[in-house]
Ligand binder design. Structure first.
Ligand code: 3PG
Length: 205
């Protein structure tokens, strides 16, 4: 994958799968809605199995693993079939483990010093997390002038309504969020609603 992770789609759906049987229908609904990308978070016991199933059954989706918080999870996600990795924060061992997979990855940062540390390590594309709680679009707007080399995918508390204020910034490539696949919609297995939310993003961002 040569293209930047930040420039593939304007919105990366961040998905928490509680029920393994939901993995494939959710991925298919996102593809059907015109948003062929998923960041499946490693926050539930079935997450790695969910990645495996999507990798096997929905080959036309760009499949990422999110919430990588330990070095071991980076390799597990690679082995399950993930095509990119996202971490909410970063440590030297975590970024080394993600780099060792050879996969594109977005390490997380929430402060200027964390951003500078990652720039020193060679990263120019970062996740900004938790975006809303860490200053939101105003934070990113404020650091563009002093730290122009860093570009971001902000996530955390972003909604359909607030996404555009982030996407208008020169140092934002895309945003991530769970609003396209909320827990209640997944619980009632409303795949049409997931497809409609994906289509709304596709047509309006
Ligand atoms: C993430 O891991 O990127 C966030 O948990 C997504 O945040 P949200 O659920 O507030 O959209």
């Amino acid at each position: 994958m040569s293209e930047s992770l930040l420039d593939r789609v304007p919105v990366i759906p961040v998905v928490v799968i509680e029920n393994l049987d939901h993995a494939v229908p959710v991925a298919k609904a996102l593809v059907a809605g015109g948003l062929p990308v998923i960041e499946l978070t490693l926050r539930t016991p079935v997450a790695l199995d969910a990645i495996e199933r999507i990798a096997a059954e929905v080959p036309d989706i760009l499949l990422g693993a999110g919430t990588i918080v330990t070095p071991g999870q980076a390799k597990q996600a690679l082995d399950a079939g993930a095509q990119f990795l996202v971490s909410p924060g970063s440590t030297p061992t975590l970024t080394a483990a993600m780099r060792d997979t050879g996969l594109p990855h977005l390490p997380g940062a929430a402060t200027v010093s964390e951003v500078l540390t990652l720039l020193e390590a060679g990263y120019t594309e970062l996740k900004f997390f938790p975006a809303e709680a860490s200053g939101g679009a105003n934070f990113l707007k404020s650091i563009h002038s002093p730290v122009p080399a860093a570009r971001f995918c902000p996530t955390g508390g972003i909604t359909a309504a607030s996404a555009s204020s982030y996407l208008a910034l020169p140092n934002v490539g895309c945003v991530g969020g769970s609003w396209i696949t909320p827990a209640d919609v997944l619980a009632r297995e409303d795949w049409d609603a997931v497809e409609a939310a994906a289509q709304h993003v596709h047509e309006n961002t």
